[in-house]
Design a protein around this ligand. Structure first.
Ligand code: ADP
Length: 301
């Protein structure tokens, strides 16, 4: 059997509570909505699930509450074959929750209570040092405190590991995060937030990627939704297109892309090959509803 690459994901875990509604309630108004669904989410958890389904040997570092959502998240990670030795249940915090309403036109409102996600500590990272040392690829996003993101990236650097930062949701990053970073994977909005350059075409994507590289990042991939992704590595610069499909829901498309990318790079594929693999996986995910429910398995590719 081929040995799976060790992937370490550090990040958020949420429970998404979704109610379909004919219209949104006004302040003070109570309305009767439609169907309710409870869906595991959070960018960290989604990316860990994607990497596990797509062939990674995944360890997840995260913090959840010691509550009913925390228990069911743990069960879910175990079912996905994810190593949960470093997922801590904090008895003083609630599991992260997103309250989502979706109307008939597909418009949504979302309130996130980050709960335990905002309490991941440097001690949690310190405890996981062994898996940092074992990992082929380390994957981090921005739904946890910035000082923890920094701690992860600096530990990865110290250990000489390839770290991927998916800078989502969009935020300003200090120079020290970018200096010496192996790979950053913004979408168009996040790339604009980071560089001030609107991503309109290949030329502007190249200018934004070059700006990030001048700040010390080694490789840049800008995901472009239905247009694929712009890849900027030593060996390849340009847009890699994706298949034209009927998209029904793009939730977790970026997360699927990042999880897939980590696995392909862990399998020592070139950046170009890894992006092609990630595009295939992400483009499959937009053809299904939901977050983790839409993430494909290796056999689907
Ligand atoms: P995010 O979900 O983080 O905003 P993008 O919208 O750039 O990121 O999507 C990430 C990836 O998902 C794309 O690179 C592409 O592979 C796939 N994708 C997203 N939207 C579509 C679409 N409408 N058709 C085909 N693939 C899509």
């Amino acid at each position: 059997m081929i040995k799976k690459p060790k992937i370490l994901v550090v990040g958020s875990s949420n429970m998404d509570m979704v109610i379909q509604t004919g219209h949104f309630p006004k302040p003070g108004e109570t309305i009767i909505g439609g169907e309710f669904s409870l869906i595991p989410g959070g960018k960290g958890a989604n990316q860990a699930v994607a990497a596990a389904r797509l062939g990674g040997d995944v360890s997840f570092v995260s913090q959840i509450g010691k509550d009913v959502f925390g228990d069911s998240s743990l069960e879910n990670f175990i079912k996905e074959g994810i190593d949960i030795s470093y997922v801590r249940q904090n008895p003083e915090q609630s599991t992260g929750v997103a309250l989502i309403t979706v109307d008939e036109s597909g418009e949504n409102t979302i309130i996130v209570a980050p709960g335990a996600n905002h309490h991941i500590s440097k001690e949690d990272i310190g405890r996981a040092e062994k898996v940092f040392a074992e990992a082929k690829v380390i994957l981090v996003q921005l739904e946890i405190p910035m000082e923890i993101v920094k701690a992860c990236l600096s530990l990865a650097k110290k250990l000489g590991k390839n770290a991927i930062l998916n800078p989502a949701p969009a935020a300003d990053l200090g120079g020290e995060i970018l200096e010496g970073l192996f790979l950053i994977t913004p979408n168009e909005t996040e790339a604009e937030q980071l560089t001030g350059i609107s991503i309109l075409d290949e030329a502007s994507a190249r200018t934004a990627a070059t700006a990030l590289i001048s700040k010390g990042v080694e490789n840049v991939i800008i995901t472009l939704g239905a247009s694929g992704a712009y890849c900027h590595s030593k060996d390849f610069q340009g847009i890699l297109p994706t298949q034209k499909v009927k998209a029904v829901d793009s939730t977790a498309a970026g997360d699927t892309f990042n999880g897939a990318l980590a696995v392909a790079l862990g399998n020592k594929h070139s950046m170009e090959e890894a992006v092609r693999f990630a595009l295939k996986a992400a483009t499959l995910s937009v053809q299904k509803m939901g977050a983790q429910s839409s993430i494909p398995y290796l056999k689907d590719l």
